[in-house]
Design a protein. Structure first.
Length: 241
């Protein structure tokens, strides 16, 4: 049996495209951004179209994502997987930045990747506004992807590694096991403060809930005193910390 791309598998789990798929909170900045499955799919599609049509990336090409937990990070990861790219995270085994097809990072981290040909900066702005006054050779990701189509026709099957050397089938199997271990089922509303900074964390804390058909409520810089009230407000059925 063929294996779909990881992103195709995630969106195949969607029951109602109008319902929230990812809600992002940052207790430091006060941001709250809610994305329906349709909206998250649009951003992932724009990202995939950009990677493929503008950068010429495809199966096996490495895309490094060095970003904090954020809704834009989720969209970029999903877009890269849809394009068939091999997502790398900082500190991954055998990572050679000079061989990357592209790197997406934040403005305060660009000095780490001066040997990458295609260096992109994600604004992490609540409204996806662009970043101004970037150095020559550094591309503002939000501005670049905005002009691309919000629908994407992915390859029928995944080929090559998906995340730090792990194949798509392995990632899907691991994510489903993680969702089962956490009691996540279709329609659950999962409030989480867990990080996405390693391959295992991305699989268990981001991919697993989405692949299970849950609605993910991700909280960055969580204020412990506010979490109980937030759980009630968001009607969370599962809290993971």
């Amino acid at each position: 049996m063929s294996t779909p791309t990881l992103t195709s598998a995630v969106f195949d789990s969607v029951v109602d495209w109008s319902q929230p798929m990812l809600t992002y909170y940052d207790h430091d900045s006060g941001e709250r951004t809610e994305l329906s499955a349709a909206t998250l799919g649009n951003w992932a599609a724009k990202s995939a179209n950009f990677f493929v049509d503008e950068l010429g990336l495809g199966a096996g090409d490495e895309v490094l994502v060095d970003l904090p937990e954020h809704w834009q990070t989720a969209a970029i990861l999903l877009g890269a997987w849809w394009a068939g790219a091999h997502v790398r995270l900082p500190g991954g085994d055998d990572l050679e930045t000079g061989s990357l097809g592209a790197a997406v990072t934040s403005a305060d981290r660009i000095d780490r990747y001066d040997d990458v040909d295609e260096l992109l900066v994600a604004s992490l702005d609540p409204f996806a506004m662009g970043v101004r006054d970037l150095p020559v050779g550094v591309t503002d990701f939000a501005s670049a992807v905005r002009v691309h189509g919000d629908q994407y026709n992915p390859p029928r099957t995944a080929s090559g590694p998906a995340l730090d050397g792990a194949g798509t089938e392995t990632v899907i199997t691991t994510a489903r096991a993680a969702a089962q271990a956490d009691g996540i089922t279709t329609g659950a509303r999962v409030l989480t403060t867990r990080p996405w900074q390693t391959a295992s964390a991305v699989v268990e804390n981001l991919v697993a809930p989405l692949l299970a058909g849950a609605s993910l409520i991700a909280v960055a810089h969580a204020d412990e005193q506010r979490l109980t009230g937030l759980s009630d407000t968001e009607r969370a059925t599962i809290t993971l910390r």
